[in-house]
Design a protein around this ligand. Sequence first.
Ligand code: SF4
Length: 953
Amino acid sequence: MAEISENIVEKILKENIKNQDTVFVFPTEIAASLWADRSIFVTDCQAVALERFLAWDKFKGEAVRSENQNKISVPSTMRQIFVSRLIEQNAEKPFFKSLISEKYSKTAESFSTWIASILPKLGMWKEYFEKNSSQKDAEDQDLLVLYEKYTEFLNKYGFFDPAWEKPPFKSNGKHYFIFFPEINSDWEEYKFILESTKEFITLVNVPDFSEKNNFNKSEVKFFNNSRVELKNIANKIFELHHQKKIDWQSMAISVPDMELYGSYIDRELELMEIPHVLRFSRPLSGTPAGNLFNQIKECVSSKNSYDSIKKLLLNDSLPWKNPELAQKLIAFGQENHCICSYVYGGEKIDVWEKSFGDAKYKDFEVENFYNSLKTYLKKFNQAKNFNSIRTSYFEFRNKFFDMENCSDSANKILGRCVSELGALIDLENQYDCTVPSPFDFFAEQLESKKYLEQASEFGVQIYEYKTAACAPFDCHLVIDSSQASLNVSYKDFSFLNENKRKKLLNRDESNVSDKFVQLYQLNSLKEPAYFTCAERTLDAYAQPVSYLKMNDLRNEKILFSENPYNLEKEWFIGSENCEFPPKITEIQSKSFKNWMNFQKIVPVLQEKAVDAVTELNSKSAGNAGENSIYVSKSLLSKFYDCPRKWLFACREMNLKEQDKAAVLLDRFAAGNLYHKILEIYLKALKNNGFHLEIEEDKLEEKYEQILENAITEAINFDGEGNEKNCFLKKELLKTTRPAIKRTILNFIKEFTKIFNNCEVDDCEGELRIQDEEFNFTFNGRIDCLLKDCENGQYYLVDFKNSDLAVPKNLYFKEEEFKTSEEGENLQSAEINKNLPLEEQNFPDFQMPAYTWLMEKQKNICIQNAAFFSINEAKVWPVFGYEMQRRANSKKEIPDCEKFKKTTEKVIEFVKNYVQRIRIGDFKLNEKVQNYEKCSACEYNSICRKTFNVGKHE
Ligand code: SF4
């Protein structure tokens, strides 16, 4: 740990504060104001003038200022305006060769921020270039053109660029103490002037904390991951406050990436009830309400794509007048796949308008809402100047927002955006300058304007890394202290490549990373600065910064023994010698009381929920009679996969991950379409009394014609849900019709060859049986039932979209049990018989269940069955000798008699299912619902099973 006898800032303040002509300059405003506060406590002064504590930027404005009597300093926005117009001129008649390649001159708007950032350095570049460079390349030539045009612009409007000036230093009779100047990014520019005026200036450099100066390195605690790291920070602060009696506001957390870590830190501190204030300024466009203008820009530039409209309308920090209508529009867009508008055959197609026109059920309110949204959004883009944008904004606001319901924070942000717009209007009026796309320009401006929400709360201060390094705190805590995150280096002429920079400047970039680490140690006044780092950060892997000594805690088992949540948990699970914690947080106490109250209101909650589901499940069995349980092959599969999953997915709960994405064709679209075509085709054959017939790989013309009609009908089919073909989907399917026909024709030919001379007995037929004894109703729907015209045998065929969808486990392997008398197998058979059903190697339910249903309902004995994959046009026989013969399969399959064993087993599963649903038995089985299954389950975020399994990981 570094030990400093006395803080150097404090020492200088004590020695010089009484001299009223001394001024103290700090790198940041925060450091200046906090040292001004502290000076009253560490010196004999009762009060100090705040003007004597300056931030570096303010000092430059006061003491190192240019005097350009007849001109005014160029506003940074005017630099942007100049570049926008320059890019427009370059698009008309390109003069840049390297800065903007001629190829991209027409679409170079996105270069504007970068080119504007070069302008302040251009004066210095020219000076160095004239001194040190002998030959001009294309890039130098472009920079010279840029210099000339910018100079012309400055002269035209009577501006000067302060960054180009060589200002003289004016002491005004004062003596300046400049603290830690080397960490300022522009120090190199001022170094010469300030170092040469020693009588008025004392430069105070960062003390050297290196080992040669007898300082021991401070440590950085290295954790396994960022979650543990942040938990540790919260615990450390809690401990510093309660044990070391350090005030909350005397502690500061510094964070290199606030965007990424901000909300996680917030959560950990909330949990530990630590008051805190996030001092984080972000771009106006990065705030939820300020994002409005970017979202409008995205809508306009994407011609109202679904995603852009969705983002705008779901921005709930905005006070929408009618959020329900907005939701309806989003739902319409998703249902009708209004992904994007497009141009087809020279015609501009607005997919929303076409979909409204094509909709079966009209909702004029939603349609009108879209039309007016479109009209108002367009006005922003059509605005010819900044004043028109302001008019468009207020019209939009009056139409869609209810400002009475606007939150205070959103109101302030929107107000600030409007005042930024006002500043642009002032410039526009004053200098009569317009930009090519005023609305895009304004939206970009909001990206460069920082906004710091005024926080009145009192507590631990959270800053971006570097901001508070020079400010005095009782304890500084720095998170994510990795080599990469704490790297601070400054590059002059960063717009040039490395070789050119070195040649021109004759020096390397300055790296001040170690200086910042030292400053945090120096200004942590009561407790040593606390650095932490994690191997697995929130977005990458990291290693601790090398300026500090690593304290490796990655394998430490007991990290937070005093944490009230850990103590409560240990007590709850009955760990040895664990008492209930003497003190718990208010959050813990409230949670417990809520839980207690809930238990009183609903004492048998779990049973009631199960009753409700069972009751509803019986109701869905329709007229089947009281308490009849509804069964289907997909419900069976779901239940034996996991009963809890069944519960989450059942019709009554129907829990689904919220998904507002619109996709053109979902993953079931192709399968649904092929199924529809086959249904229409096979029904047409049945209705016309045509057999399946093919000769020499060619279908007769009448079959081809039926197929053509079936494809047309299926594409235009206006079904519901997944089967619904909206406007855009139909258009797309029409364009892919030849490929669809190829696949389905290939399939039909193969299918017809295998089942040549069979007739279609049923297609998409409903099956339904009621079982009186066990009181259940089993429903199903078959794809196709064929009858052999020669021998009268039946073939049950189920279509699958591809080979991958064909079930692999088709039979109940009874043989294993039969051989039980022969030694080894006996044991395994006995064990297996005693296993609960869900642990047994159960077969796919479809073919056995449907064979059974056919027999019961239609009194038909199914002698053969097969799956048929559409994409591969391949048959997968399941049972029946005739089936094996027709498929010409070498694989041995059972006949229908042997297959009955599998059917019987499935009936056992059905009865077990009915019984368990009736008594609400949704018990899990550790062996089936194991870690592999649960970690891949879509419900694992709401199912507590994940936690239990994770514990045994
Ligand atoms: S996480 Fe596991 S137990 Fe929970 S629903 Fe999914 S599979 Fe079932």
